[in-house]
Design a protein around this ligand. Sequence first.
Ligand code: UDP
Length: 327
Amino acid sequence: MTNILVTGGAGYIGSHACKALKAAGYTPVTFDNLVTGWQDAVKFGPFERGELTDRARLDQVFAKYQPAAVMHFAALSQVGEAMAEPGRYWANNVIGSLTLIEAAVAAGCLDFVFSSTCATYGEHDNVVLDENTPQHPLNAYGASKRAIEDILHDFEAAHGLRSVIFRYFNVAGADPEGEVGEFHRPETHLVPLMLDAIDGKRAALTVFGTDYDTPDGTCIRDYVHVCDLVDAHVLGLNWLEADKGSRVFNLGTGSGFSVREVIDHSSSVTNRKVPFTIGPRRAGDCTKLVSGSVRAERELGWTPTRSTLKSMIADAWRWHQSAGYER
Ligand code: UDP
């Protein structure tokens, strides 16, 4: 079996990727420090605990498993936190990734799948973002991810490292079989917070700003189901295996939904009211982030099958009503 090193494999997206990799016949080797991830989420292959900044530990893991490729999910990824603590974002995301990339090159592991983000684009007036849209990130999260994209580019020129870079839009939903799901402590993302409010686990959702230049005044995002997203990663791996070279792909659906629309859909899927209050804007948020995803569909053959709001919320709701993970 071919080993794939999955950093952040104990996290939300990484754990779903491990499941998809296993289903595709690979052995996912999770490398995670369990700061935001959960050991209970590591169900599909071996687990190695470690820090991305620990080069000696990474060298050990590369030597032990001889992975054919790296899928790099591990990162700090919250916009609000990035605004408050940019230093942590630069240190963890950029230095950690650089150490990982150097270790991969030293081990001769030259295929690299990287989770980047639509936050690298920043504010663009009402345009659908394609892979050639200029990147002007508004926060240290997006800026740190863009810097890692630059590192990958430089390492290709110097060392022959091939990368598939996925710029994610808003990931939601959960494994429909309920083996893994979204579970952050603390939680900051819209869909799980909304489900918490529906469930009475929190008093209310706060809508961050109703004065944006959008039809209902709330921010617009493009939501993609986590299972569709990780399917694209397996296709990205196949792309690298077929020696098609480095490529950037947006992963979204091309449809934007406002925060209010997500609230309305959640209410109708769960048949419950969503308690919410209106708050100020959250620093670092863009008005609208909607993907043009034709490249992934055309070149990778990616076909999202679960990325309707209804499926994402239904799958997230089912997962939400289960226990979550224990440390
Ligand atoms: N949002 C909100 N209240 C919350 C959390 C998020 O109104 O408690 C909004 C946020 O301003 C953004 C959208 O929901 O417009 C998605 O935010 P999330 O943090 O889920 O993902 P991000 O877009 O930051 O990656």
